[in-house]
Design a protein around this ligand. Structure first.
Ligand code: PLP
Length: 458
C-alpha cells in the first residue's frame, strides 16, 4: 500500500505540473483513443514502470478541470481542504447506512445537514441527506412529493393523472425523473419563461387551473435556483404562494446556484427558500468541492422515512435510527460525500464559504464589465448570474468553442436561449482572479485575429 501511495503522490505532482504547462489537454480523437493510450486490458500484468508511464500519459491527455483555462462546465477549480476530505473518505471507505460501520462520519453528515437547514431557515423537524448528484436529489424531491400526495402509490403504483410543473429552462433531470417515478415525461408541464429566463408566475397559475378544470391532479412544482444555461433564479417567494394556494409540493433545484445561501450579499436571489418543502444544492458546483457533493434538505424529515426507509434485519442491527442513515437515503451502500464539505466548511468557516460564492459573482461582474466596455462583444442573459453569455464580433460561437479547444487554448461551452446562440463563460472557479478573466478575453481576441490572418495567407 505504501508504494501505491508514493505512486499516487507522484501522479498528483505530475498532474499539478501539467495543469500549469498544458491547461488544456490535447484532445484525442475517439477512433484512436484505445490504441493511443493502450487502454486494452490483458491477461498478463503490466510491469510497474510501464504502468506508471501509462498513468502519466492518461493524466496528460485528460481534460484539466482545475486549470485556469477551464470554463466549460458548472464546476471547476480545486480547493485543497475539500479535496483532502474527499481523499480521506476514499481511504476510510465507510458506508453511511449504519452508525456501526460509519461511526463519527455519520455525525459529520448530520452536522452538515443541520447547519445547511439552519442557514435556509428551516425549523423543528427538518432533515436531509446526500444524493449521488443533483439529478438524483431532484428525483428524491419529486418522489417525496408523490408519496405525500398519495402514500398508496409506493405500494400500488401510479393510477391517477398526476401533473408536475417546471420551467422550460429547467434542468432535463426533471423530465427524466418524471419517467422514473412512474408519472411519465408527458405529464410534466414546461412553463414559459420571461425574457430574463425566470418561470412565468401567471402562466404557472393558468396551467395549474386548466389542469384542475380538466380533472388532472397537480402535485409538484420545481423552481430552479440557477438555471443550467443562463444561471438565473426563479421567483421562489411568488411560486411558493401558488403552491400554498393549490396545496402543491415545492422543490427548489439549487444544484447549480443554491450555494448562494451562504452569501449575505446574494441570498436575496433565493428569497423565500424556507417555504420550500425540499431544496437541493451541489457543493461540487458553487462551493468548489470535488464531485459529487449533493445535499437535499427537506422541511419535514418524516417524508424521507416515508419514501426511503425499508426494514432490513441483516443491516440494521444496532439501535437509534437517527444515526442509521440508510433509512433516509436512496442508496444502500453509500460513500461519504459529506466529509469533503465538512473539511472545507470547518477550515474556512461559514464566512469562508461566503467568500467563495462572492468571488464567483465578482468574477462574473469583471466579465460583464469587460463585455459592456468592448463594443466587439454582445451580452446575453442576466447580470445576476455567474453564467456570462456573450458573442464576439460575428464569430460563430460553436466554431469558436470547438476551435479554442482543439488548439489547446481554452475550454468553454456554448448555449442558447430563445433561439440565440452564444458562448457561455462560467465563472464558478473561485480560485481564479480578475487577471484570469481578462486573459480569457485576450486569448479569444488574439485567437480570432490569428485565425483570420492565417486564412488570408493560405
Ligand atoms: C447540474 C445541475 C443538475 C444536475 O446535477 P448533477 O449533479 O450533475 O446530477 C440539476 N439541476 C441543475 C439546475 C443543474 O445545474
Amino acid at each position: 500500500m505504501y508504494s501505491d501511495l508514493k505512486l499516487f503522490q507522484e501522479c498528483c505532482e505530475y498532474l499539478l505540473n501539467e495543469e500549469i504547462k498544458h491547461p488544456v489537454a490535447t484532445p484525442i480523437n475517439t477512433d484512436i483513443l484505445t490504441d493511443k493510450l493502450q487502454l486494452e486490458l490483458d491477461t498478463n500484468p503490466l510491469d510497474e514502470d510501464h504502468f506508471k508511464m501509462l498513468l502519466k500519459q492518461i493524466i496528460s491527455h485528460t481534460p484539466k478541470t482545475a486549470s485556469k483555462a477551464f470554463f466549460n462546465q458548472l464546476f471547476g477549480g480545486r480547493i485543497g481542504k475539500a479535496t483532502l476530505g474527499e481523499l480521506l473518505s476514499v481511504m476510510l471507505n465507510n458506508s453511511m447506512y449504519t452508525y456501526k460501520v460509519a461511526g463519527p462520519q455519520v455525525g459529520i453528515e448530520k452536522e452538515v445537514i443541520k447547519s445547511i437547514g439552519a442557514i435556509i431557515g428551516y425549523q423543528g423537524n427538518y432533515g436531509g441527506t446526500f444524493a449521488p448528484g443533483g439529478s438524483m436529489a431532484n428525483f428524491m424531491g419529486m418522489l417525496m412529493a408523490r408519496d405525500q400526495f398519495n402514500p398508496d402509490i409506493k405500494n400500488k403504483g401510479v393510477s391517477g393523472k398526476l401533473i408536475a410543473y417546471t420551467s422550460e429552462d429547467a434542468h432535463y433531470s426533471i423530465e427524466k425523473n418524471a419517467a422514473f417515478i412512474g408519472l411519465g415525461r408527458n405529464n410534466v408541464r414546461k412553463i414559459k419563461t420571461d425574457t430574463q429566463g425566470k418561470m412565468s408566475i401567471s402562466d404557472l397559475q393558468q396551467q395549474i387551473q386548466n389542469d384542475l378544470n380538466q380533472g388532472y391532479q397537480p402535485f409538484f412544482v420545481n423552481a430552479t435556483a440557477g438555471t443550467t444555461v443562463l444561471g438565473v433564479f426563479d421567483d421562489i417567494e411568488n411560486i411558493s404562494e401558488l403552491c400554498k394556494l393549490y396545496d402543491l409540493w415545492l422543490h427548489v433545484d439549487g444544484a447549480y446556484c443554491g450555494g448562494v445561501i451562504f452569501s449575505k450579499a446574494y441570498s436575496y436571489l433565493i428569497k423565500g427558500i424556507e417555504q420550500a418543502d425540499s431544496f437541493c444544492f451541489n457543493a461540487h458546483k458553487m462551493l468548489g468541492t470535488p464531485l459529487s457533493c449533493s445535499a437535499i434538505l427537506v422541511k419535514n424529515k418524516t417524508h424521507l422515512y416515508q419514501s426511503f426507509s425499508n426494514e432490513a434485519e441483516y443491516l440494521y442491527q444496532t439501535n437509534d435510527d437517527e444515526y442509521n442513515l440508510g433509512k433516509t437515503s436512496i442508496q444502500c451502500g453509500r460513500r461519504n460525500d459529506a466529509l469533503k464539505l465538512w473539511t472545507l466548511w470547518k477550515s474556512v468557516g461559514t464566512s469562508g464559504l461566503e467568500e467563495i460564492v462572492n468571488q464567483q459573482f465578482h468574477l462574473a461582474n469583471v466579465a460583464q464589465q469587460y463585455i459592456s466596455t468592448h463594443p466587439d462583444y454582445s451580452f446575453y442573459g442576466s447580470e445576476e448570474a455567474i453564467s456570462v453569455c456573450f458573442n464576439y464580433k460575428n464569430v460563430d460561437p460553436k466554431w469558436l468553442c470547438a476551435s479554442l479547444y482543439e488548439a489547446g487554448e481554452i475550454m468553454v461551452g456554448h448555449g442558447s436561449f430563445k433561439n440565440e446562440e452564444f458562448v457561455r463563460l462560467v465563472t464558478i472557479n473561485s480560485c481564479l482572479d480578475e487577471s484570469d478573466i481578462l486573459n480569457f478575453f485576450k486569448s479569444i481576441e488574439s485567437f480570432v485575429k490569428n485565425q483570420a490572418m492565417a486564412e488570408n495567407f493560405v
